[in-house]
Design a protein around this ligand. Structure first.
Ligand code: MEV
Length: 437
């Protein structure tokens, strides 16, 4: 039977599920049951999904945890974290508690500007294009005035527009490079609407421009789109304390811990294989809060990794060092986030997360998210340079294996006791379950 279908999007949700399960699953009834069992039973929620995406058939769930005791710029927070990975929430909470008794986290915004570009081709002399741009620059910006009116009232809008000659990269290639301030919205729709308007104006003005007409020159717009690379939408999070307050294990002094930690951080700065994993640990915290607050984690990821490679080599986003007797650990990264628009008013759990965080504005949210990344990174390095990472992972790992092997509540209890201090493997758990039926 052909698995091709015309008009799938026009089917009702039930018809879609019927078609998918009949076409793609051996046990049709079981496939349907999985959807209905794990489906958010609230019809209102399912209807909201239909307006988020096309061909929505159900919801995909993720665990949602919270990490309390975050002291950020003197204010107490509990962070919402949507994440499937074992130990991330526990590690965040542990870090939060550790730093709360050492002055807490400090975070500051270093910039909030975002970038959008109109990419186009022009076959004439660069000087001709430059004088055209100089003459029409204001008209290009003014053509967006109805689009930007609300944003300007809130203190945002288009802050700068530049003509970039990129013909050394690709023949005849130029771009308009615009800087935006989008206040509390992530701004993708706003930026893209402005860019598309500017691109149309650019083309129209070029068609009427005498010096171009004389030489039969035109501007060919290739595309207009925001850049998810936002190196000027930057936030820094930091923790610091006297080295003597860093005594985390009995067999290491605070200074020894600090030195080993700094070495680990330096390795991640210089060595890309390590840097990627080091930054992945940071993203464990960042993504969990970004997802819980309904922000675009793909944009955040893409922008952050580009920033990590800004000097030509992929490097760590955080940095540890000693300042006299103080241990300092900092994380600097771009974060383009919104607290209005997008999912923020629509997704019930996003609204819930926002309220949990005290309804932050975009700048506050940038600070909170950066702190989640730093806390996670601290927890990972702390484990790596002391007990190793597996110890902390084992409890959840063991539970995952027990669940995969359908262990009973009683078996789980016994297994937790038995594997305390022992190596957890799939086969070891399997053997244990066989002898503890
Ligand atoms: C695992 O999700 C994250 C870590 O690998 C991060 C790190 O190595 O720094 C533990």
């Amino acid at each position: 039977m052909s698995k091709k279908i015309e008009g799938f999007s026009k089917l009702s949700k039930t018809e879609k599920i019927n078609w998918i399960t009949q076409m793609h699953f051996e046990d049709v009834q079981n496939a349907k049951e999985i959807i209905s069992t794990y489906n958010h039973s609230n019809e209102m929620v399912q209807n909201i999904h239909d307006e988020f995406i096309e061909n929505s058939i159900t919801n995909f769930y993720f665990p949602m945890g919270v990490a309390p005791n975050f002291l950020i710029n003197g204010k107490q927070y509990t962070l919402p974290m949507a994440i499937e990975e074992s130990s991330v929430v526990a590690a965040a909470s542990k870090s939060a508690k550790f730093w709360a008794s050492r002055g807490g986290f400090k975070a500051q915004i270093l910039g909030t500007k975002k970038i959008g570009q109109v990419h186009f081709l022009f076959k004439g002399k660069t000087e001709l294009l430059q004088s055209f741009f100089k003459e029409k620059k204001q008209m290009l910006i003014d053509s967006t005035s109805s689009l930007t009116a609300n944003m300007r009232q809130r203190g945002g809008g288009i802050f700068n527009i530049k003509l970039n000659d990129k013909s050394d990269l690709i023949e005849d290639y130029y771009q308009l490079h615009l800087t935006f301030e989008t206040v509390d919205s992530m701004g993708a729709n706003f930026i893209n609407s402005c860019l598309e308007k500017i691109a149309t104006t650019l083309q129209t003005l070029a068609e009427e421009h005498k010096p171009f007409l004389n030489e039969r020159l035109s501007i060919e717009v290739i595309m207009s789109i925001l850049s998810n690379y936002a190196p000027d939408c930057l936030v820094q999070a930091e923790v610091r304390c006297h080295v003597n307050k860093l005594e985390v294990t009995d067999d290491m002094s605070g200074m020894q811990f600090a030195q080993k930690f700094i070495q680990a951080s330096e390795i991640a700065q210089k060595e890309p294989y390590r840097a990627v994993t080091h930054n992945k640990g940071i993203m464990n915290g960042i993504d969990a809060v970004v997802i819980a607050t309904g922000n675009d984690f793909r944009a955040v990821e893409a922008g952050i990794h580009a920033y990590a490679a800004r000097n030509g080599v992929y490097s760590s986003l955080s940095h540890a060092f000693l300042e006299r007797d103080e241990f300092v650990f900092q994380l600097k990264l771009p974060l383009s986030l919104g607290t209005v628009g997008g999912l923020t008013q629509l997704h019930p759990m996003v609204k819930w997360s926002m309220e949990l965080l005290g309804n932050p504005n975009a700048k506050n949210l940038m600070e909170i998210v950066a702190v989640a990344g730093l806390a996670q990174n601290f927890a990972a390095l702390r484990s790596l340079i002391t007990s190793g990472i597996q110890k902390g992972h084992m409890k959840m790992h063991l539970l995952n294996i027990l669940n995969q092997q359908n262990a009973t509540v009683d078996q789980k209890k016994k297994a937790m006791q038995f594997f305390n201090g022992r190596t957890v493997t799939f086969s070891a758990v399997s053997d244990f379950l066989k002898s503890n039926i």
